[in-house]
Design a protein. Structure first.
Length: 222
């Protein structure tokens, strides 16, 4: 629908005078700044195609009948995020796959052929994650859905890190593209679906990798 029509519908159902701001960014899909007499509502442009139940839930949120964003809105956002693709914004020249000990692209290609029939299309790169003092957690890998980008912590590019564990981390992140997150009936975003967990165990060195990382973390954060 047009922006004018969208605003008219939302103002009518919410009973609020609205200042609407539409965007196509990769971060904030919905935000509301309550004020009198106007409320400032920032939305991703895909909300222009929102069905009536989402419009009604959005109106309830704006007039603060709902203190939290309704599950219907979260599901709508999640479903539309899966359709977005900002991979064209990646500069291939800035991707780094060849490490001192491990070649991420070679690992990725082998896993893609063995477990995914070559269907995973994400790019992959090493990244440098700054360690935080007094931190008891470590992030080995990340998957940026909108960019279709897998990032592997360069701390894994070391001689004492076994090859099977590096492969497992890459495999885990590839699964995020193959088995997307979803919003359950309670409105909770589930990053790891049942299918994700079932396929994760199919990795040939799954149990060996789990055993190794448990010992590694125990020794690191003891």
């Amino acid at each position: 629908m047009s922006i004018i029509h969208f605003q008219e519908k939302l103002e009518t159902t919410s009973g609020k005078k609205l200042i609407l701001r539409f965007n196509n960014n990769r971060s904030t899909m919905l935000s509301v700044k309550w004020g009198e007499p106007d409320c400032v509502v920032s939305l991703h442009s895909f909300f222009l195609e929102a069905p009536q139940n989402v419009m009604d839930a959005l109106a309830c949120y704006i007039k603060q009948e709902h203190k939290k964003i309704a599950p219907s809105i979260k599901t709508f956002i999640e479903d539309n995020l899966k359709k977005l693709d900002y991979s064209h914004q990646i500069d291939p020249s800035k991707l780094s796959t060849q490490g001192k000990f491990y070649d991420l692209q070679a690992i990725y290609n082998e896993l893609n052929a063995e477990y995914f029939n070559g269907e995973v299309k994400a790019a992959i790169t090493w990244y440098n994650k700054q360690s935080r003092k007094n931190s008891s957690t470590v992030t080995f890998g990340l998957y940026h859905h909108l960019l279709r980008l897998i990032k592997i912590n360069r701390m894994l590019d070391a001689s004492h890190i076994p090859a099977y564990f590096v492969s497992f981390v890459v495999y885990h992140e590839m699964l995020h593209e193959a088995c997307p997150s979803y919003v359950d009936k309670k409105g909770i975003n589930r990053i790891h679906s049942k299918e994700f967990r079932e396929r994760e165990v199919l990795f040939k060195d799954y149990f060996k990798a789990k055993k190794w990382v448990d010992q590694y973390l125990k020794e690191t954060f003891a």
